[in-house]
Write a protein that binds this ligand. Structure first.
Ligand SMILES: [Zn+2]
Length: 245
């Protein structure tokens, strides 16, 4: 069994086909959303899936969208077992809405304080600020997705017990490889981030996370089965609940 901890299945041209593929290949997927509304829409479609889990999300670059979206997030925050993607984005694209993003992210983390859900985080250009917000709200064992910040901030994130999910695009860069060197095996997870992440110009699919597993296996000289076992255990710890086999 493989686990893809961050995939935008709803952004593929045919999401149903991706779900069928994941069921057939025994790939478990955290199906993240960028709008709370999309989570609500995905719920009935995924109610019977044993492998694809909808995640309640509110992407930082959507922080200025209408307030009814926030009501939807509030409504589902207590019961959702998977959250994402949420976070901050202080890259060029996100800087103009920095203040709105911080307000939204703090509000969302406040709602999640007493819940035990898996949280996958966006932190582009705002890694320190995301970590600080987690500290303020006492959120533990969250997962930094596609981390691209400084190594010293990463070390701080890791020392606090958070997780980091690696994708195939990261494996292609020196920086990504460096991140893979720094993250201890017990805090590693794998993600596709499809369809946004691409490999040979094709969107990465959940079944493609096998390449991340293989890269970890090669780098740490571990059997692939061992990597599968450890990443499953990591995911259970990050999810704070035991996963069904
Ligand atoms: Zn994403």
């Amino acid at each position: 069994m493989l686990i893809d901890t961050h995939c935008h299945i709803d952004q593929f041209p045919n999401p149903e086909a991706i779900v069928v593929e994941c069921e057939a290949a025994d790939v478990k997927v955290v199906a993240v959303t960028n709008h709370p509304e999309h989570y609500e829409m995905a719920l009935p479609h995924l109610a019977n899936s044993e492998r694809v889990f909808p995640a309640l999300g509110f992407h930082p670059l959507n922080a200025t969208t209408n307030p009814t979206e926030l009501r939807i997030f509030e409504r589902f925050a207590k019961e959702a077992k998977y959250i994402g993607e949420i976070g901050l984005d202080f890259s060029k694209a996100g800087l103009p809405t920095r203040r709105q993003q911080e307000e939204l992210f703090n509000h969302l983390l406040g709602l999640l304080q007493k819940t035990s859900s898996f949280i996958t985080l966006h932190s582009r250009g705002a890694e320190k600020e995301v970590l600080e917000a987690l500290q303020i709200h006492k959120i533990s064992r969250a997962c930094f997705h596609w981390y691209s910040g400084a190594i010293d901030t990463l070390e701080e994130i890791l020392s606090e017990g958070h997780f980091v999910s690696i994708n195939t695009s990261m494996l292609m860069t020196q920086k990504g490889q460096k991140i893979l060197d720094v993250v201890p095996l017990g805090q590693l997870l794998a993600e596709s981030d499809g369809p946004y992440a691409k490999l040979n110009r094709k969107p990465c699919k959940p079944t493609g996370v096998i390449e991340v597993y293989q890269a970890i296996s090669r780098k740490l000289r571990l059997e692939l089965d061992e990597v599968k076992y450890i990443l499953k255990r990591n995911f259970e710890r990050a999810s704070k609940h035991k996963m069904m086999d």
